[in-house]
Design a protein around this ligand. Structure first.
Ligand code: NAP
Length: 273
């Protein structure tokens, strides 16, 4: 089911589609993009929350807001959202934000919880990225924002599966950036660190266990991510003060890749020539 409000004229900026808009980072993206003047399509499972947010955005900004309740772990619902991306030519930006986290050792996590992370964090993000990039490339216009995590390049004993999903998001999104190089299509990877949302409680790690000064607000996170987008960043690490750290990481990564292209076993393995 999709509900909409069409009393205002279409936005000249086009329509932003935000997944996981019913809470946390996605809801904040929706607010910020409405304030910028985008029309919106809000996607998540909880229709009551989407409707409440939509009503407040319509009241606060002269924009069209449509709600599209969908469970992105369900193939039919996911295809419904992908079809919107494929056919609605007004869409100019996708915020691929919906995500779930179970933070516990894999041996103590049920397969349903592991599958839920793979379904939403990887499969849904990939399908919607594919639909968006295909449509945007045809029009040579459009912006895809994929929400990864700093756990995309780090893992902990209780985050193997979640970190794995975010590592996928990082490499997948970087590959897409290579695919759109030379076009006017923009692909941004946003890698938040700890941010104050419900995800922690649902993951089994209450926010109260964090040092408060290591947790960002969703307002600061999304404002920084959008500023990074405006500045043309392809990878935005909103909480990292020193950008040289990422340059060093990139240089080390490329040096390691180059060093792997030898065609022979390293001498320490004593493999006969
Ligand atoms: P959140 O407050 O729990 O919000 C998650 C959103 O995803 C909700 O709107 C939820 O809506 C939606 N969602 C979950 N499963 C869904 C499904 N099957 N189908 C459709 N929508 C679904 O968490 P958040 O922190 O804002 O997370 C947003 C993104 O940021 C995630 O990708 C997360 O991995 C990433 N992230 C968060 C942090 C952090 O510290 N908070 C750090 C790094 C990265 P419904 O429940 O209504 O479906």
């Amino acid at each position: 089911m999709t509900t909409s409000s069409n009393s205002t004229a279409p936005s000249r900026l086009g329509t932003a589609i935000v997944t996981g808009a019913s809470a946390g980072i996605g809801a904040t993206y929706a607010k910020r993009l409405a304030a910028r003047g985008y029309d919106l399509i809000l996607v998540a499972r909880r229709p009551d929350r989407l409707e409440k947010l939509a009503a407040s955005l319509r009241a606060a900004h002269a924009v069209r807001v449509t709600t599209h309740p969908a469970d992105l772990a369900q193939p039919r619902d996911l295809e419904g959202v992908a079809e919107i991306l494929e056919h609605d030519e007004a869409i100019t930006i996708l915020i691929n934000n919906a995500g779930v986290a179970t933070l516990a050792p894999v041996a103590k996590t049920g397969i349903d919880a592991l599958d839920a992370m793979t379904d939403v964090n990887i499969s849904a993000l990939v399908r919607l990225s594919q639909a968006a990039v295909t449509a945007f490339k045809k029009r040579n216009r459009g912006t895809l924002v994929n929400i990864g995590s700093v756990l995309g390049f780090h893992t902990l004993p209780f985050s193997a599966a979640y970190s794995g999903t975010k590592g996928y998001v990082m490499n997948f999104t970087r590959g897409l950036q290579e695919e759109v190089a030379g076009t006017d299509v923009v692909v941004q990877l946003v890698a938040p660190s700890a941010t104050a949302t419900d995800i922690w409680e649902s993951a089994g790690v209450p926010l109260s266990t964090f040092e408060p000064d290591k947790v960002m607000s969703t307002d600061d996170l999304v404002d920084a991510a959008l500023a990074g987008l405006d500045q043309g960043e392809s990878i935005t690490l909103p909480s990292v003060e020193d950008p040289q750290l990422f340059v060093d990481y990139e240089n080390a990564r490329l040096k390691l890749l180059a060093a792997s292209q030898t065609g022979k076993a390293a001498s320490r393995y004593k493999v006969a020539a």
